[in-house]
Design a protein around this ligand. Structure first.
Ligand SMILES: Nc1ncnc2c1ncn2[C@@H]1O[C@H](COP(=O)(O)OS(=O)(=O)O)[C@@H](OP(=O)(O)O)[C@H]1O
Ligand SMILES: [Mg+2]
Length: 456
């Protein structure tokens, strides 16, 4: 039989679990064919279910092709995190669905579901609900003893927020979301979670990170300001092992397939969607982007629409950074709020290195997604002196951009250090993410040249 390991070099079988069908050009007996396969993570095997050649289907249900040394079929790299990626992507898909419902209700009712934390930052039912949901799913799927999570929200703030009905709203939102788990290929709880079980799931996220072992970093709703304004936000989940980010998943519910829509306020997108509602398969509304470290690939799949069931790989397609390295043609992204990053400093940098385009100001880690997708070339963030960047605001985005071919460092050109606890301690001045080294080197030089005269 012509099936042999050469399949691993030339046939793009997604490296993730599940079933699928793939076109294998000129591969089997020098004839193009379709390969139907299934794979699972328990025994890391790939089962070739059938090969259809010239409209003839040959069944191979009994032929199990062992993957020697568990190699990734696309890149030949160890496929170490496929189980975790599979679960994390499904959990983020669920979280995005939850967020879409809460955002719709916040916008349509202009109700008072938005609370202020002690540091005056905003938090909503969605932040706690996503945190509880993702925590519960990870614990359920991987075993709670194996799951350690660093996340943005805590139970104390939820209990301190004496808003009538807030906790009840969180419990209800979590249970409504978890009841949908089977649609995402995950287990739902046998019975609805009690209030104390929901609180337990939130407070399970009590890790403070560090250089040893494995933990997840979760930002349940990144860009809360964008979220409450009906604009861009992200659900960000990363796995960190021995201080290195080994996988990242970014759910971007309002980042549609078409790049140009990023330039408009989301209100515009809403109006257009109402005029031409997206079809269930459409890529018009929202995506999930993910990557495993060392794979050299980043993938994007559309958010699950309507009542559909998630069938892996859910139309996933690879994404790649832009090939533009001429500053005059490059677009740079930055935070919307100048309180979060100095717009005047980046404007000076842009001028000095010849960036001609207007900055693309976008809320949340959607900026990282934009670079990974090739929709923009540069992301810069220069917070005021004394602000400490948190790992959950950058971990997922950083690994995704790197695997999509880009570069992410601090402003001194050093890799971001995720091993120092919940903050990016030792960060040199700011964060720079680029599509490639040419633009990156130019920015690092420009920062050095203008830093001393800045007021940062
Ligand atoms: N003062 C200050 N300086 C720098 N960064 C800050 C600051 N305060 C908060 N944060 C963190 O920034 C996260 C939001 O970043 P964004 O890029 O989305 O900013 S913006 O809303 O577009 O302006 C935001 O994430 P979320 O809290 O998840 O929204 C914060 O973690
Ligand atoms: Mg955040």
């Amino acid at each position: 039989m012509p099936l042999n390991c050469s399949i691993s070099l030339a046939t793009k079988v997604p490296h993730i679990l599940g079933q699928g069908r793939r076109y294998a050009p000129n591969h089997f007996g020098k004839t193009s064919c379709f390969l139907t396969y299934s794979r699972n993570y328990q025994n890391k095997s790939l089962q070739i279910v059938s090969l259809s050649k010239l409209n003839q289907t040959q069944n191979y249900t009994s032929s199990i092709m062992e993957e020697p040394k568990s190699l990734d079929l696309l890149s030949g790299k160890p496929e170490k995190y496929s189980k975790e990626i599979d679960i994390a992507v499904r959990a983020v898909q669920m979280a995005c669905s939850l967020c879409q419902k809460v955002q719709d209700s916040i916008i349509s009712k202009s109700n008072n579901q938005v609370q202020s934390k002690d540091d005056n930052s905003l938090v909503t039912v969605a932040d706690w609900s996503v945190q509880a949901t993702v925590s519960w799913i990870l614990c359920e799927s991987l075993g709670s003893r194996n799951v350690s999570i660093v996340a943005e929200e805590d139970v104390e703030t939820l209990s301190k927020t004496h808003k009538a009905g807030l906790l009840e709203a969180v419990v209800q939102t979590v249970n409504e979301c978890l009841a949908e788990a089977p649609r995402f290929g995950l287990n739902a709880p046998g019975v609805a979670l009690t209030t104390s079980e929901v609180l337990e799931a939130i407070s399970h996220c009590n890790s403070s990170g560090g250089p040893i072992g494995r933990f997840w970093a979760l930002d349940p709703v990144d860009g809360t300001l964008g979220f409450v304004r009906g604009d861009q936000y992200a659900v960000a989940l990363a796995l960190i092992e021995e201080g290195e980010v080994v996988l990242g998943v970014l759910g971007c519910p309002n980042y549609p397939m078409r790049k140009e829509w990023l330039n408009y306020h989301h209100r515009y997108h809403r109006i257009i969607s109402k005029l031409t509602p997206p079809t269930s398969e459409s890529w018009d509304k929202g995506c999930v982007i993910y990557a495993g470290k060392g794979s050299g690939e980043a993938w994007m799949q559309p958010l699950l629409q309507g009542n559909k069931k998630l069938v892996w790989p859910n139309s996933a397609r690879p994404v790649r950074v832009s090939s533009i390295n001429n500053p005059a043609l490059a677009t740079f992204c930055e935070p919307v709020e100048k309180a979060n990053s100095s717009h005047s400093f980046t404007a000076g940098l842009a001028h000095s290195m010849g960036l001609r385009m207007q900055p693309l100001r976008v809320y949340s880690m959607v900026k990282y997604a934009a670079i990974a997708r090739g929709d923009a070339e540069i992301f810069m963030k220069f917070a005021r002196a004394g602000y400490k960047e948190k790992i959950w605001d950058h971990a997922a985005g950083a690994v995704i951009i790197q695997e999509a071919g880009g570069v992410v460092t601090d402003a001194g050109g050093r890799p971001l250090d995720f091993s120092k606890g919940m903050y990016l301690d030792g960060l040199d001045r700011g964060i720079i993410a680029c599509a490639g080294p040419v633009l990156h080197d130019k920015i690092v030089e420009a920062v050095d040249a203008s830093w001393n005269s800045s007021s940062l």
